[in-house]
Design a binder for this molecule. Structure first.
Ligand code: G6P
Length: 609
């Protein structure tokens, strides 16, 4: 993971690099660093444990100046979070390097370099690269030549940016398995792991391809492919006005993003649909591919995996299409047997999650009828590499715990269900009913947001607890999974989700008066069965928190707190109930005093395996 930003300019770059890092903090935030080359080509370094704000403080206390520089925000893989392990890493007081990814053969390389007299000052895998570069330069290579010889020795994934005192106008980069983008300026050029870091300075970008190497100076960009041949890569202008990523009146991005959902859901639907859902919403050529789809394989991670779990119920029940859902880190390493006519559907907010991307790439060799990605970030790797694309319109999601990205994914997935369903005999009235539900969805979510104060009150009971259970049945089981994930991510309360029917096969043993049990209990056909499951909890002294349809017949009584939810169509419920559970987790976390937007040990975009 981690974030890279680099600049080759003729102006002071420290503030540009720091602003880039602030925008990249979603990729990791346990330490940060910056290296600049000043007017006399001195290498100036700041490295700090903690968030980018700590680096800003160090720069304010001891300002470093320069026109060429690299910077990094880290999410630890090899070596604990510490100032020593923060990037940039330096060799011979000459070269500085930032690295995203993991070098798998670092131990062997380290041993070799130590044998040659190199001393390591960190416990990272990345430091081997900077010493290898130093060695290659000392042996007479130029900077690009050194980079080429070094990357040939690396096994694993990397995006790299390097500066060298002897080449003070250059920043050299390389990518393999981790994204790297060039930002094109006027008389200056930049590099970053995500274009978002550079939106402050440019709207023109070049996305590097796997195996590419690049040298930027203020005046030129030279790109070389895997074979070392000079190549031209397409330039992309990102035209939309930069959306606001300001907090406004909200205390946290997560809360802001929860409240943005009515708008985000409407934008996602309205961008491509009206009275009906056109195949073209999924990209050029979607109609031809969809005509051949007999089954769907969904692959995703984290919250996006949960949206896939919800979609399986829709695809099988409403569209009659067999559907499998699997977390990408399992899918990619398993020997699989696949239905003929299967479409590979990846779901990813960032479009950069390493396992999901690897699953798409590995699956290329299999016999899928095509690949579709549902993503929130245009030009992301998954978007660029899939046959078909549906872009959700959640807008930038800053909070590490995903909220609006999840619910907009569900909108896209329901639209996808309609597109496949009409090929499989879904009645016109049913299609219309689903379109109507999608159009009314923002209203139901708005009604749920109005329950915020009630949910906050309910949340107080969770503050002293260490464990919790989330129960749901049918399509609401994945909703319970998402609710449990949100609670554990941001409040650090252990939370597990179970299909309610599984309760008596194990988890019931855990139920006592210290174990709050949350039930997702919309008034669907499984309600009576769910009610019996809830009685099983109550009769063991458990305390129940029931999110129930206003009309479902639940009433609060001792040890059962009921939160009456808006009455809404069945297909709207997974989204509407998720919003209530997001608010529950948010309020628990705030009252526990955790860092809601940047929970410990996590990162928003997981670009390493
Ligand atoms: C990380 C984030 C989660 C996210 C998951 C998948 O773990 O913290 O919020 O759900 O990655 O990310 P993606 O961008 O592929 O949806």
């Amino acid at each position: 993971m981690c974030g890279i930003v680099a600049a080759a300019t003729r102006r002071e770059v420290s503030e540009i690099l720091l602003e880039g890092l602030r925008r990249l903090e979603y990729r990791g935030y346990d330490s940060a660093g910056m290296a600049l080359l000043d007017n006399e080509s001195n290498l100036l370094l700041h490295k700090q444990l903690g968030k980018v704000a700590e680096l800003e403080k160090a720069q304010a206390q001891q300002p470093h100046h320069g026109c060429t520089g690299i910077a990094h925000t880290r999410w630890a893989t090899h070596g604990e979070p510490s100032a020593a392990n923060a990037h940039p890493h330096v060799s011979g007081d000459r070269i500085a390097l930032v690295h995203n990814g993991i070098i798998e053969n670092h131990a062997a390389l380290r041993e070799e370099l130590e044998g040659q007299g190199y001393e390591f000052s960190s416990g990272t895998d990345s430091e081997v690269i900077v010493h290898l570069l130093h060695k290659a330069l000392a042996d007479g290579a130029d900077l690009m030549g050194a980079m080429r010889s070094v990357v040939n020795r690396l096994e694993g994934a990397y995006a790299l940016a390097v500066i060298d005192r002897e080449h003070p106008e250059q920043v050299v980069g390389a990518r393999q398995g981790s994204p790297l983008v060039i930002g094109i300026g006027i008389g200056e050029n930049f590099m970053a792991s995500d274009q978002m870091a550079l939106r402050q300075v440019t709207d023109r970008f070049i996305y590097l391809e796997e195996g590419d190497m690049v040298c930027i100076t203020p005046a030129a960009i030279s790109i070389f492919d895997e074979a070392g041949e000079p190549v031209r890569r397409e330039k992309t202008r990102i035209a939309e006005a930069e959306e606001s990523v300001e907090l406004g009146d909200f205390d946290h991005y997560m809360l802001k993003e929860i409240y943005e959902q009515p708008r985000a859901l409407a934008a996602t639907f309205n961008a491509t649909a009206g009275h009906e859902i056109a195949d073209s919403a999924f990209g050029e050529g979607a109609a031809d591919i969809f005509d051949r789809v007999e089954a769907v394989q969904i692959v995703a991670c984290g919250t996006s995996f949960h949206s896939g779990m919800v979609a399986r119920y829709w695809l099988e029940e409403l569209a009659g299409i067999p559907c499998e859902v699997e977390v990408a880190s399992e899918f990619r390493y398993r020997k699989r047997v696949q239905h003929p006519g299967t479409l590979l559907l990846t779901i990813s907010q960032s479009g950069e999650t390493a396992d999901t991307l690897a699953a798409l790439r590995d699956a290329g060799a299999d016999d899928f009828v095509g690949s579709l990605v549902i993503a929130n970030v245009d030009n992301s790797s998954l978007v660029r590499e899939s046959d078909l694309v549906f872009l959700t319109r959640a807008g930038t999601e800053i909070g590490v715990a995903s909220t609006k990205a999840f619910t907009t994914q569900l909108v896209a997935l329901l639209m996808f269900t309609v597109a496949l369903g009409r090929r499989n005999g879904m009645a016109a009235e049913k299609q219309q009913e689903l379109v109507n539900a999608l159009q009314k969805l923002p209203d139901f979510v708005q009604q749920t947001l109005e329950l915020d104060a009630d949910i906050k009150q309910l949340s107080e009971a969770f503050i002293p607890k260490h464990h919790s259970l989330f129960l749901g049945r049918g399509i609401h089981y994945p909703v319970a999974m998402e609710g449990a994930l949100k609670l554990k991510e941001i409040s650090y309360i252990h939370a597990e989700a179970y299909p309610a029917g599984e309760l008596k096969h194990g988890p019931l043993a855990l139920v006592d008066d210290d174990m709050p049990v949350v039930a997702v209990a919309p008034g669907d056909e499984l309600l009576e069965k769910l009610k019996s499951n809830l009685e099983e909890v109550r009769s063991r002294g458990g305390e129940l928190f029931v999110f129930a349809d206003r009309q479902a017949g639940f009433i609060s009584e001792p040890r059962i707190k009921v939160l009456p939810m808006p009455h809404c169509p069945e297909v709207a419920k997974p989204i509407v109930y998720t919003v209530a559970l997001q608010l529950l987790s948010y309020h628990v976390a705030v009252q526990k005093g955790t860092d809601v937007d940047k929970p410990r040990n996590l990162a928003k975009s997981v670009t390493v395996e």
